[in-house]
Design a protein. Sequence first.
Length: 529
Amino acid sequence: MSRIALYDTTLRDGAQGEGVSFSSVGKILFAKRLDAFGVDYIEGGFAASNPKDMAFFRDIKKENLKHAKVAAFGSTRRADIPVGEDRGICALLEADTAVCTIFGKSWTLHVRDVLRTTNEENVAMIADSVRYLKEHGKEVIYDPEHFFDGYKADPEYALATLQAAAEAGADCIALCDTNGGCLPHEIYDITREVGRRISTPLGIHVHNDSDMAVANSLEGIRAGAVHVQGTINGFGERTGNADLCSIIPNLILKMGHECLLEGRLSQLREVAMYTYELTNIRPRKSAPFVGESAFAHKAGMHVDGVRKNPDSFEHINPEKVGNNRRVLVSELSGASNVFLKAVEMGLSVDRSSPEVKSILAELERLEKDGYEFEAAEASFRIMIQKVLKAHKPFFDLEGFRVIVEKRHKEEPCITEATVKLSVKGETEFTVGEGDGPVDALNAALRNALTRFYPEIASVVLTDYRVRILDPEEATAAKTRVLIESSDGKDTWGTVGVSENIIEASWEALVDSVEYKLFLEEKKAREDNG
Ligand SMILES: [Zn+2]
């Protein structure tokens, strides 16, 4: 099997996606992370399109990347202009990167209606541009835009454009399905045919408009391409680009190709999450390989099967891509799930013990009441400890009060909460302000606790979700509140249910704080031996 070159275009094509944007520092951090991961090419952006991209090309040089080559992106020269006078081509040289990637037209429809030039001039534009960049010592990757559509419309012309790039010295020709409409068998057939006619190494660059981008990339490689372009997490315009987070493990684990630096595949999930973080986008839970749910088992029989032999319900070992097997807690699950969850949490219980039965009974009771623990593992853990009588409360609530006041219609609401707690034998009475009742209660709770538990200061609420249950009985509708908290390292979810939204929120808040204190205590215990 062969070595496949990985070409990342997250910073250029990926950043065209809705809601995707990198800060200047973020672009550098991203490139450094991909370099350490072992991606071969990192496209930094459009040469000359905006000052931020040009600044990236300047700054990345100081970072001395160890493995990856940086590519600047641009187009072939414009029609009827000498190549050395073309602004875009000059900007590609100014970017001063080892690699230049240029796109050109191979579809007669585009030549006629978009470029508004002749087929002959288009071929000359491709040849001139590739040759000029080669003469200036660049590694040149040629991206024939809309290649597959162009080939379907007029195969001989589409091939003639590639021939021009090949003869001018292109190092690689990355066939593009720019509109993302092709199906895998078409990609295979056309790539194979191109390989018979053109001897330059081929690459594949596809978009996901038909939900085929990963399959199309793999088919391109099966048909002979040795270079694949894509983005981390499939970021990109419309429905996105080909997702390298799926392409890479499929290439290595399923097709036996080599790519990345040796032994780096287990960093895949981390790289995916880091990229979400840099772009401030919420991770897609169901993402294959790297998503939080990718190896999460819920149905009782699956869980039992996975416990007996993971291969029974998993296509790969999650550790290979740096992910984890998770067991979801729900009423579907039965004793196997509860047992596995307890084991995962480090509790020593017997599978058929009365403890597992009482945990299951309590779980059923709570779920009937409207609790849901799938996104609230911290609450589930506290519940187990309560059932096992191993729960140690870190404080006791004596009471709270929340006031929401609007003094004038032009002024925003003011919210103030007071809480009364007993902590380690002392009574604390504190006030907190916030944007709303939950925020104010959270502030008051922390004010009361930080003197006793300074580690609470690092916890922030990262998400707050409210769901109204059984709305058909409007008088007794219950509210379920899910809170997600983070201390910068760990993230955990807690749940509260009540007919009163404030009470439900309080319950979830208290679990969140207790879970953090429990984690700290556990860590201290482990550190002491
Ligand atoms: Zn593209």
